[in-house]
Design a binder for this molecule. Sequence first.
Ligand SMILES: [Zn+2]
Length: 277
Amino acid sequence: MIRIRILGAGGAVPTPTHTPAAYWVTVDGISLLMDPGPGALVRLVRSGDAPGGVDEIHTVLFSHLHPDHTGDLVALLFALHSPLPECEAPLRLFGPPGLSSLLGRLGDLYGSWLVPRKRALEVTEVRPGDRVPLNIRAAGDHGPAHAEAFAVDHPQDRLSEVQLGWRFVDGAGQVAVYSGDTGDCPTLRHAAAGCDLLVIECSTTDDWDVPGHLNPAQVGAVCAAARPRRVVLTHQYPNAAALDLPPLVGRHFTGPVEQARDGDVYLLSAPPRKEPA
Ligand SMILES: [Zn+2]
């Protein structure tokens, strides 16, 4: 089973229905926070998915280090510096090269304020092709559920030269892919090929061609090549969010396309297995 709660379906410029990037992803019962943009913690606790609040966050994945995908990292670490949270399990952070440097610089600025009081911080810099096992509670054998990073095309000139998308695989072999922020690129098409669910950025409108981002026509081209079974559009800036995007993508791709808003939930339930005759 893979479940994705879209906590933030927007980019850096928030609207009432599309706030900056944030996702609560659950794979075979194991949940993680992906891309904690500004306001992610508030939207998570208000969603009802994490009634225990920050104590329920054990793993955080980052696609890249732009502020609209990392803004609440400071808020999370400061919350964990409070004596009130009770969880003592390590907090695992996975992101592109540069994540440790970002944390180091934030530490220079905030000092002990960002040191969790009861939890160890485990920081892992990830390269394309690296796998993150999700079931950390299982000693030794982590089980089949995992997240795998792939490279995307989102040029930026600070902190990291590597930007990632994430591919989630559950124990039934179902695959959900998150594009992160990216332009059309072969690695995105390869990662999304035949996947069950593609959560893909659609930052802007067809009259804009912004390097490192996608508009509806470009999303349609990616999907026509990759043939995902279901498509969800996210990371919509206000001009894109104001439009009915699925018909625009549908000019280029005939599969099902949905336009995310904050709070939406997308679920992949494993089909029942056939008993042998
Ligand atoms: Zn972004």
